[in-house]
Design a protein around this ligand. Structure first.
Ligand code: COA
Length: 420
């Protein structure tokens, strides 16, 4: 494949949806389109591609969580500084949406049908504000207060007694086909692979330790664009991912209660953190990058997507990786760096065991930590992992990288990158 990711890809830090479980998260004032716009703007500034040469924007987003989410990729494009004549496509493959956006952008260029050869660069990425709303269902058409509710904001004081608000965050993480929440599918995978609580905690601990070490060594610096937040009376600049523990302790982690099932092994310490964030990059055919003097960072060497039993949705990276490796024409032994989304520790451990059967070295998985420490902003994560992997390959002078993630509902998506 001749598609390259350009140097200059950027992401926002990832910020917890709440501060200390008490106050609104640092990015709670941003909508998903604003977060996506921040990532696109930073990427375009760093990539040094003339904005007039961008022909399309493809952005991942899992959930329409704000009033302006319906405009999604187009909203991110204009907020990112692109002209109004740049078309934009929103893609949703739930937790895989950011990786899907990279794949769709690459496929658009390769197919050539809706690709503009005069504007050969495509911005791809993903964004997610996990500040999902609490909502009211089945009120339209009902008499509320003086009138039948047709449009507009609802005065909650006029609602009939017993009306319930639903938490869209919690409800979104429940899959009706599996009749299970995401976490319970990971508990199920843990049972099938006989993963112990201790293994899960050690994995969570490893994630925090490696993420802190990488942050302190400055490894995230080249990918993170600090974000300044206006807090009214003051402003602060968020430079780092907020969920990384400064003093991770295995002993403390082992005392946390099971978060989802009595007797379960998933806790707040070994599940992915719920955070807001966005990531973006510019891709193009290698010859177009060369023609316009743009510096490539990595080549997209292979792609794969696959589906599986929704009750073990977390296993999806295994068949998806098989396909991505085949499409790249390499085997797992050739992989130097893996970015595997850590939805939940038992899920990641099960996948790592099966990737090892394909030759992928477990030690090469998430050497900079993963979503347990860094967080998983659903629609952004795939794009985030892609640019983290691309920079790591260059920094470590390695050749092949694998980006892979599970997807609620029973899917997996994988990309193989090759350093250039
Ligand atoms: C697991 C989950 C419910 C925890 O949420 P939470 O309770 O808000 O988590 P917190 O970070 O506030 O942690 C809860 C407590 O554990 C503590 N804790 C968390 N991680 C810890 C760690 N590694 N070591 C020690 N203590 C830890 C926190 O300090 C906090 O303590 P407090 O109650 O005294 O303040 C939430 O992260 C979750 O739902 N994750 C999965 C999201 C998901 O399904 N995504 C889709 C994947 S497919």
């Amino acid at each position: 494949m001749s598609i390259v990711i350009l140097d200059g890809a950027r992401r926002t830090p990832r910020a917890d949806i709440l501060v200390d479980n008490r106050e609104q998260g640092l990015f709670s004032r941003f909508t998903t389109t604003q977060l996506g716009g921040l990532a696109i703007k930073a990427t375009l500034a760093q990539t040094s591609v003339d904005k007039s040469l961008v022909g399309h924007v493809v952005m991942g987003m899992a959930q329409h969580s704000h009033r302006d989410s319906i405009y999604a990729a187009k909203g991110m494009a204009w907020r990112g500084g692109l002209a109004e004549d740049v078309p934009a496509l929103t893609v949703a493959r739930i937790c895989g949406s950011g990786a899907e956006a990279v794949a769709v952008g690459a496929e658009m260029i390769l197919a050539g049908v809706r690709h503009d050869p005069e504007r050969p660069f495509v911005v791809v990425g993903g964004a997610e504000s996990m500040q999902y709303p609490f909502t009211l269902y089945n009120q339209r058409g009902k008499k509320i207060g003086e009138a039948v509710q047709k449009y507009g904001p609802i005065d909650t004081s006029t609602l009939p007694a017993g009306t319930h608000l639903q938490d869209m965050l919690l409800m979104s993480l429940y899959d009706p086909s599996a009749k299970m929440a995401m976490a319970n599918t990971a508990e199920e995978l843990g049972r099938r692979y006989e993963i112990t609580r201790d293994e899960a905690d050690r994995f969570g601990y490893r994630s925090h330790v490696l993420a802190k070490k990488s942050r302190d060594a400055g490894h995230f610096k080249e990918e993170v664009e600090p974000v300044t937040v206006d807090l009214g009376d003051r402003s602060i600049t968020v430079e780092h991912d907020t969920h990384i523990l400064e003093d991770a302790s295995l002993a403390k982690m082992s005392r946390l209660p099971a978060a989802f099932e009595a007797g379960g092994i998933i806790t707040a310490g070994n599940a992915s953190a719920v955070v807001d964030g966005a990531a973006a990059m510019v891709i193009a055919r290698d010859k177009d990058a060369e023609k316009h003097g743009a510096k490539p960072l990595a080549r997209i060497a292979g792609m794969g997507v696959a589906a599986c039993d929704p009750r073990i949705m977390g296993w999806g990276p295994v068949p998806a990786t098989k396909r991505a490796l085949a499409s790249a024409g390499i085997d797992g032994k050739a992989i130097d760096h893996v970015e595997l989304n850590e939805a939940f520790a038992p899920q990641a451990i099960a996948v790592i065991r099966d990737l090892a059967k394909m030759g992928v070295d477990p030690e090469k998985v998430n050497p900079m930590g993963g979503a347990i420490a860094l967080g998983h902003p659903l629609g952004a994560t795939g794009a985030n992992l892609t640019l983290t992997c691309a920079y790591a390959l260059r920094r470590n002078k390695q050749r092949y990288g694998l980006v892979t993630m599970c997807i609620g509902g029973g899917q997996g998506i994988s990309l193989v990158l090759e350093a250039v």
